[in-house]
Write a protein of this length. Structure first.
Length: 106
């Protein structure tokens, strides 16, 4: 995922979502989920768009995470809502303006 400021994105994603900081080699940094999925951040010029979702993440506490997301500078596009297929979902943007879909399974 591209970011205008690597330090800000690292703090945002690692602290908010509890991802582990794996390594950093500017202009890149790698974060890891508890089950081993890696998220790579790349500091570079970026042009975010709301035309598509940049990333989708399944999380345990959607309502709490969305509240923390907004408090840390992310915008809530679609607040948490139950979906017909059983998940609870929200659509947000990160501080760089990238669209992120957050969902919680029943």
């Amino acid at each position: 995922m591209s970011t205008a400021t690597l330090d800000k994105a690292l703090s945002f994603y690692a602290d908010l979502l509890g991802l582990t900081r794996q390594r950093r080699q500017d202009p890149f940094a790698w974060l890891r989920t508890a089950d081993g999925v890696e998220l790579m951040l790349h500091e570079r010029d970026t042009t975010p768009s709301r035309a598509s979702v940049a990333i989708g993440l399944v999380i345990a506490d959607l309502d709490g995470t969305v509240a923390s997301w907004a408090a840390r500078g992310g915008e809530v596009i679609d607040p948490p809502a139950d979906q017909p297929w059983g998940e609870r979902m929200a659509v947000v943007t990160d501080p760089d303006g990238h669209v992120v879909c957050l969902s919680q399974r029943p």
